[in-house]
Design a protein around this ligand. Structure first.
Ligand SMILES: Nc1ncnc2c1ncn2[C@@H]1O[C@H](COP(=O)(O)OP(=O)(O)OP(=O)(O)O)[C@@H](O)[C@H]1O
Ligand SMILES: [Mg+2]
Length: 247
């Protein structure tokens, strides 16, 4: 990648503050994510990770501060269009997939940003969904109802569902929570693969720093809604910083 490409900002948050009532849930957060980077967002429960990513994905506005995503400044862009370029995987989404929907259909639904399929499925989308399930090594579940597949498989369906829309940003909000060790390992190896082989910029949220795969080289630490520390994983991801972050 040449210098110019690597300097292209995918996300630029400047002094973002978000109030709920008198409380500032986020306070003066600034964060720049460049093209070609993958980031982990880590911090204790309630530190503001999900809220911050709701801003990045265009579903929340900060009370103050600037937001620029994929080169578009919020306030000057159609957020509905921008949201199509941002894939989201979060546990609350599993509840929105119809229980009887087949895994393959759940993946295809991502193409229409819906939780059911209300139009004729194009062959090319079906083929793409099959390729994605294969890419995530779970093609065998394609004909199973969503309610019957395992938690790990559900996460993979959500990941494939996000990828089918060819997002430029993929947000994975604690994709391994509630997974057993084997499923966790399996999902993490899919995350590595996505970082290596997919075009999307990955933002991986967790409060377990051992989930940060080697392809994710940048870390943003958040504590009590404030930027605690950010930088290269090799420089800041150590026991002492983690202890202070989680204290
Ligand atoms: N709509 C709201 N009204 C009031 N407080 C809120 C609202 N949404 C979030 N909060 C509070 O903001 C804080 C940050 O929440 P958030 O969900 O962003 O944290 P998180 O870092 O994602 O936590 P977790 O690791 O548990 O998922 C929490 O204290 C939460 O209770
Ligand atoms: Mg959260």
């Amino acid at each position: 990648m040449n210098k110019k490409e690597s300097d292209t900002a995918i996300v630029e948050l400047l002094n973002n503050t978000l109030y709920r009532g008198q409380t500032s849930i986020l306070k003066n957060i600034s964060w720049k994510i460049n093209q070609g980077e993958h980031w982990a967002l880590i911090g204790p429960n309630g530190s503001g990770k999900t809220t911050l990513l709701k801003i990045v994905s265009g579903s929340l506005w900060p009370s103050s501060g600037e937001v620029k995503v994929l080169g578009h400044k919020f306030g000057k862009v159609d957020l509905r269009e921008l949201r199509k370029k941002i894939g989201m995987v979060a546990s609350y989404l599993t509840e929105q997939i119809p229980a009887h929907q087949k895994a393959l259909a759940a993946v295809i639904s991502g193409k229409y940003s819906s939780f059911g399929i209300y139009q004729k499925v194009l062959d090319k989308d079906k083929i793409k969904a099959i390729q994605l399930l294969k890419f995530l090594r779970c093609l065998h579940i394609k004909g199973m109802e969503f309610q019957h597949i395992s938690q790990g498989e559900k996460q993979k369906v959500l990941i494939a569902r996000a990828l089918i829309a060819e997002p430029l940003i993929l947000i994975l909000d604690e994709p391994c929570s509630a997974l057993d060790l084997k499923s966790r390992k399996d999902v993490l190896s899919s995350v590595s693969k996505i970082c290596r082989e997919n075009n999307a910029t990955v933002i991986y949220v967790t409060h377990h720093f051992d989930e940060i795969v080697p392809e994710i080289k940048n870390i943003f630490m958040i504590k009590k809604g404030r930027n605690f520390m950010h930088g290269k994983a090799k420089d800041i991801l150590n026991v002492s910083n983690i202890k202070r972050l989680m204290a």
